[in-house]
Write a protein that binds this ligand. Structure first.
Ligand SMILES: [Zn+2]
Length: 303
């Protein structure tokens, strides 16, 4: 059938059916055009030093036939590779959260929903994927991000701590304790075991460390265990008035500047902790949108 005839047929449809047809095109064509450039990018990044085996990291890999995937209405051909050393095959998606996902083209839309801070139910309605599936996708995505680590900080490192209320969201109450309403406040004043300490450190090249480092006050030994390997004497620390930081920096022989978070003395030339403070407030705002995050999942969200 020629395109002209198809258009004529479409004109005969009821308004409701025409609307349905439009929705169908928007869905199937958009997902196609949005995901293709991403696959190209993934492929180029992965093979920037030649084909590398995802299983044994050998560079002795070759193209090994194609396989087809259905994206929206279109069928696409994708490259498969084979490693000459370990004999295993892999694709551009092996070892990524997209591997063996039946709906790879919906992932981009889903990532967008996460960034916007939409609830899973809302995301589910928007991208038409069951919210239980999205629950698993979210954790897949967040744990993949968690693995993206870096070796060492460079230059100036801003370091500050922040606190989140301890939460067992999702866990049933069996010992008769009244659960705190989400977003509630601690019954203790100041820092207590009810609060979870999150350490955030950031250099000026945007390498960011943000991780739960325990409940209540944090001791310097814990600090060293978590972040010690990423700091060298080449780094200059910018820290807040917290004692543990100062003791830690002094003992480790690191040059450091201290800043009061509320004082006037906030910037000394290049040295300040404003990047890390901005990061805190954006982080809190973003996490608030999820209406409370269980502490055991907090690290996922931090990454
Ligand atoms: Zn291999």
């Amino acid at each position: 059938m020629a395109l002209r005839e198809i258009i004529k047929e479409i004109e005969k449809l009821s308004t409701a059916d025409q609307y349905r047809l439009k929705e169908f095109f928007v869905k199937s064509l958009n997902s196609f055009s949005a995901s293709e450039p991403v696959f190209k990018e993934v492929s180029e990044q992965k093979h920037k030093d030649g084909y590398t085996c995802t299983h044994c990291h050998s560079h002795n890999a070759v193209c090994f036939g194609k396989y087809s995937v259905k994206i929206g209405m279109k069928t696409m051909e994708r490259q498969r590779y084979r490693c000459k050393d370990c004999g295993k095959t892999f694709t551009d998606l092996t070892n990524t959260p997209l591997y063996r996902t039946h709906l790879p083209h919906k992932w981009l839309d889903f990532v967008q929903c996460i960034i916007e801070g939409y609830s899973l139910r809302k995301a589910s309605e928007m991208i038409d994927v069951h919210f239980v599936t999205l629950f698993y996708w979210r954790h897949k995505l967040l744990s993949a991000l968690k693995q993206m680590d870096f070796e060492e900080f460079s230059g100036i490192v801003e370091m500050d701590e922040t606190y989140f209320l301890y939460s067992e969201k999702g866990k049933r109450n069996i010992d008769g304790c009244k659960s705190r309403k989400r977003g509630g406040s601690s019954k203790y004043r100041g820092i207590s075991k009810e609060q979870v300490c999150v350490l955030i450190a950031k250099d000026r090249q945007k390498s960011t460390f943000s991780k739960v480092i325990g409940q209540g006050w944090i001791v310097k030994a814990r600090l060293d265990r978590e972040i010690g390997s990423k700091l060298t004497t080449l780094n200059v620390l910018c820290i807040d008035a917290w004692r543990a930081f100062k003791t830690y920096a002094t003992e480790k022989g690191l040059e450091h500047y201290r800043f009061k978070s509320d004082g006037k003395d906030r910037v000394r030339g290049l040295y300040h902790i404003q990047n890390v403070n901005n990061y805190h407030s954006r982080l809190k705002g973003w996490i608030d949108r999820f209406n409370g995050v269980a502490t055991k999942y907090l690290d996922h969200y931090l990454s």
